[in-house]
Ligand binder design. Structure first.
Ligand code: FAD
Length: 599
């Protein structure tokens, strides 16, 4: 009954206890029973591109959160269930007599669809739903509303809209709870007897495997299983997770505190002055994955930075400004969320996306079918470009700066912003002239394990990027001058840009160890080193970097550059000029009013 609320708290993008408006609202109901759950959404498990690095990070976030709950109430933990939310939640409502469902608002296209369905189901079941914003500084829908109903395409638009919301100030962070109510008793919390569906839309596992797994997982939802993760089922081997970056609320708060303590760093932070070649420690905060999983509140980040600014200003010290300072960085994140929110699923593609410029890339995604569905296929009008794309993806372009960054991304799931600039510009308008959509997909998925694909008969998708979809897509549009940014004549050299930051080539030496012994004169252009030196330094520059290339087994090799950069640069520039001359949506009536017309 309403006087004894039984509250189901659904964790998704908020794996934290501090500053969670939704959790706050849930606890304000004074629940007699409180159950915080995580559902292993089959969409997330099977359809999103989740690889070992991301899994590991996510698990660390969950396990921290569970510990956090336990420390406030020994009877509590994060209750993990393995089934799609659309089917499991209604069963849980019934089984536990839930009166309220509470969760953090998510404006991602997929999440919106899912949540609309859940809210409708809850209404039918008489469960009250409470939703609170907390993932971004400002509610993306509200930013859009204050931006005249349009997607936010610049920081200035975000700032202007934010001023109309609360004079530009995000809400102050809320304290973490001091206590957590009990769940139901042990018997009622045990779901083993509950009839549960097998995971929806699961890729077709071979029958023998399926039977074995079904046995093994039939008991997944019982309280004995803290983190029921279908590891084997999805063929992901956690030992492959090479990322040194650790998840969890405690780690996030530790990193933030360490940053904030260094007041000079916070006050003087200017993004363009941070080095993409720095590692151990890196030159920026590396808090993006924590913001993604919600192990850190972005509002806390903002206000902790504001405290430093206030102190400095009292001492009359200059403070870096928006958009290059840390507040500016967080506003970029909000900008991409509020750019995506009104565009939805179409934001991730060129086709039918009113803000995306049409550029006639060598590799272009195919337009949607008549019913609007997208099969994700690509038109390949240049086999050469397809080959360049593969080499870029695998970190064997023959340009060491690019390859080092791509390998760092693959191994660790994070690279510096200006490193992303380099590789994204190189793939699109500054080298390969390949569609940004393909690059964005690689940032989300890196095909690294052949065993996976043969085993499961579906593409082996391993997500290494620990960041956000809206930000990923938006930044790819920015770098390719498809949207947000238009200065296409400003291009990153795969040689000079890295050299400027890292004349010794330390980043290359680390991630392309075969080049470790090259002298600094040749490390960015190893193909120019005399053969005798290549031999002396133990690595010959030859072939295309595939393991079968023309080298004997005992010799280290590094590929030759896959093209003449200056030549490619000019071809790209001409293409971009043309694209800008013909207008936002192309010349030959392919696109009108933001709507694609298939010929
Ligand atoms: P810091 O410099 O310490 O900035 C603090 C926070 O501000 C970040 O954690 C992040 O949340 C936010 N931020 C900073 N820059 C940006 C930006 N340009 N766009 C959006 N948010 C920003 N960022 C993602 O969060 N997810 C992505 O998937 C992603 N993909 C990218 C793809 C490309 C091609 C490019 C060029 C950039 C991408 N970025 C993405 C933006 C940016 O590179 C990362 O947010 C940043 O490097 C994360 O490192 P950090 O936490 O040390 O950042």
């Amino acid at each position: 009954s309403a006087s004894n609320p039984v509250v189901l708290y659904w964790h998704r993008t908020d794996l934290r206890l501090h500053d969670s408006p939704a959790l706050h609202a849930a606890l304000a109901l004074k629940p007699s029973v409180f159950i915080p759950v995580w559902t292993w959404d089959p969409h997330y498990v099977y359809k999103a591109r989740v690889g070992p690095n991301r899994w590991k990070f996510l698990l660390e976030c969950q396990s921290e959160l569970s510990k956090g709950y336990k420390s406030l109430n020994p009877k509590q933990k994060l209750w993990v269930v393995r089934e799609g939310p659309q089917t499991i939640l209604p069963k849980l409502w019934k089984h536990w007599g839930v009166t309220h469902l509470v969760f953090e608002k998510d404006t991602d296209a997929y999440a919106k669809d899912r949540d609309t369905a859940i809210v409708a189901l809850a209404e039918k079941a008489g469960v009250e739903v409470i939703v609170r914003m907390g993932r971004t500084l400002f509610d993306p829908d509200e930013l859009v509303y204050k931006n005249n109903g349009k997607p936010t395409m610049s920081i200035t638009q975000v700032e202007k809209a934010a001023v109309k919301i609360n004079n530009g100030n995000p809400d102050k962070p809320l304290d973490p709870p001091e206590s957590i109510p009990d769940p139901w008793g042990e018997k009622q919390m045990d779901l083993t007897s509950l009839d549960h569906d097998s995971v929806d839309n699961k890729p077709d596992l071979n029958a023998e495997h399926r039977t074995k797994k079904d046995e093994q997982y039939s008991n997944l939802m019982g309280p004995k299983n803290d983190f029921a993760v279908p590891w084997d089922d999805i063929g992901i081997d956690l030992s492959q997770a090479a990322t040194p970056h650790r998840g969890g609320e405690a780690e996030a708060l530790r990193i933030l505190a360490e940053c904030i303590e260094n007041e000079e760093y916070v006050a003087q932070f200017e993004k363009p002055k941070t080095s993409p070649a720095a590692f151990e420690p890196q030159s920026t905060t590396l808090l993006s994955p924590h913001l993604h999983f919600g192990s850190l509140s972005v509002r806390k980040f903002w206000w902790d930075v504001q405290d430093v600014f206030n102190k400095q200003r009292k001492g009359k010290k200059p403070v870096a400004s928006v958009p290059t300072n840390l507040h500016g960085q967080l506003l970029f994140r909000d900008m991409y969320f509020a750019a995506q929110a009104p565009i939805g699923h179409r934001f991730a593609r060129s086709h039918g996306n009113e803000v995306a410029r049409f550029i006639d890339w060598h590799l272009q995604s195919n337009p949607p079918d008549e019913d609007g569905s997208v099969d994700g296929s690509y038109e390949v009008d240049s086999q050469e470009a397809e080959e360049w794309f593969q080499r870029w993806k695998e970190g064997r372009t023959g340009f060491p700066w690019i390859d080092a960054l791509m390998r760092q991304l693959r191994q660790e799931g994070w690279i510096h912003h200006l490193g992303r600039h380099s590789v994204a510009c190189f793939l699109t308008r500054g080298g390969c002239y390949v569609s940004w959509e393909r690059g964005a997909e690689v940032f989300e998925e890196l095909l690294i394990d052949r065993m996976l694909s043969s085993m499961w008969n579906f593409p082996a998708l391993t997500h290494n990027v620990l960041d956000e979809t809206a930000c990923n897509i938006g930044n790819w549009q920015w770098l390719s001058c498809t949207a947000f940014y238009a200065m296409f004549y400003r291009c990153y050299s795969p040689i000079a840009f890295g050299k400027k930051w890292d004349p010794e080539g330390n980043l290359i030496r680390r991630y392309c160890p075969e080049l470790a012994k090259f002298d600094k004169k040749h490390i960015y252009e190893p193909w120019k080193a005399p053969i005798a030196d290549q031999k002396k330094w133990g690595c010959r520059v030859t072939g295309d970097g595939t393991p079968t290339s023309d080298s004997d087994d005992t010799e280290n090799t590094y590929p030759k550059p896959m093209f003449d950069f200056d030549e490619r640069r000019q071809i790209c520039l001409d293409g971009m000029k043309h694209a800008y001359d013909v207008g936002l949506h192309g010349s030959d009536a392919k696109v009108k009013d933001g709507t694609w017309k298939t010929e």
